[in-house]
Write a protein that binds this ligand. Structure first.
Ligand code: PGA
Length: 252
C-alpha cells in the first residue's frame, strides 16, 4: 500500500485569527489543484474556529498543536480532544519538542495524551527526536527508540495503524540546520524497522513518518525523495503562504 505524503505546517505561537484566515485563503488558492498530497495546518488554538470556516469544503486539513488526556476538568490552559474536534480538527500534534523542552512534557504525558486521542477519531502525530548532545555522543538511536517505546506504552498494533510519527531532531528545529536527507533517512528507516519488529510486520509499509527541522522549499524535494520519508512537519517555512504552497507543490 502506498503511503500518501503529508505536508504539514505548525504555526506555533504565531498569527491572529485574521492573519491565520488570510494565510489559509492563500494556501487554498495556491494548492487546490494539487492531488495526492495531504496538507495540514496547525494554527494556534485561538484561530482554529476562524480557520475552520475558511478550509471547510477544501482539501486543507486542520490540527491542534497539543491536546490534554482528560475529557474536561480543572486543567487551566489545557485543551481537550472534544474541543479540537469541535473546532474542525482532524489531527493533533503530541509531544512536540518545544512542549518537552519548555513545558515539562515527557514520554509518560505523551503516552497519556496519545491514548486519549486514540479513543476518538482524531489522528495523532507523535513527535520524537534527539538533541545535539545526544547525537554527538552516538545516542540518537537509543533516544528516539526510547521515546517511541515509552510513548507507545500499552498500545496495540491496531492503535499503531492510526498513528503518524514525526522525526524532528532538536538541533534542526528553527536553526536553519536541516538534517541531510541521508541522516534523516537513516533514522526513518530505523523507526520503520522497529515498528515491524515491535508491533506488526504490516506496520512498516503503512505508517507515515514525517521529517521536521528546517524544511523549506529548497530542500523539501531531496528529503521527500528518500524511501522512508513520507512527509514534512514544517515550522518557520509554513508561516508564509507562498512558501507553504511551494512545499505542498514539491512534486510539481
Ligand atoms: P522549523 O520547525 O521548520 O522552524 O525548524 C519545525 C517544527 O518545530 O515542527
Amino acid at each position: 500500500m502506498s503511503r500518501k505524503p503529508i505536508i504539514s505546517g505548525n504555526w506555533k505561537m504565531f498569527k491572529t485569527r485574521q492573519e491565520a484566515q488570510q494565510a489559509c485563503r492563500g494556501i487554498v488558492a495556491g494548492s487546490s489543484d494539487v492531488e495526492g498530497v495531504e496538507a495540514i495546518v496547525f494554527p494556534p488554538f485561538t484561530a482554529l474556529e476562524a480557520v475552520s470556516r475558511v478550509v471547510e469544503g477544501t482539501s486543507l486539513r486542520l490540527g491542534g498543536q497539543n491536546v490534554h488526556w482528560e475529557e474536561q476538568g480543572a486543567f487551566t490552559g489545557e485543551i481537550s480532544v472534544h474541543m479540537l474536534l469541535d473546532c474542525g480538527c482532524q489531527y493533533a500534534l503530541i509531544g512536540h519538542s518545544e512542549r518537552r523542552q519548555f513545558f515539562g512534557e515527557n514520554d509518560e504525558s505523551v503516552n497519556r495524551r496519545l491514548k486519549a486521542v486514540l479513543a476518538t477519531s482524531l489522528i495523532p502525530i507523535v513527535c520524537v527526536g534527539e538533541s545535539l548532545d545526544q547525537r554527538e555522543s552516538g545516542r540518537a538511536r537509543e533516544v528516539v527508540l526510547g521515546q517511541l517505546e515509552k510513548g507507545f506504552n500499552e498500545l496495540t498494533a491496531k492503535d499503531l495503524f492510526r498513528i503518524i510519527i514525526a522525526y524532528e531532531p532538536l538541533w534542526a528545529i528553527g536553526t536553519g540546520r536541516t538534517a541531510t536527507p541521508e541522516t534523516a533517512q537513516e533514522v526513518h528507516y530505523m523507526i520503520r524497522s522497529w515498528l515491524g519488529e515491535r508491533f506488526s510486520a504490516d506496520l512498516p509499509g503503512q505508517t507515515r513518518i514525517l521529517y521536521g527541522g528546517s524544511v523549506k522549499p529548497s530542500n523539501v524535494r531531496d528529503l521527500m525523495a528518500q524511501d522512508d520519508i513520507d512527509g514534512a512537519l514544517v515550522g518557520g517555512a509554513s508561516l508564509d503562504p507562498e512558501s507553504f504552497v511551494k512545499l505542498i507543490r514539491y512534486q510539481c
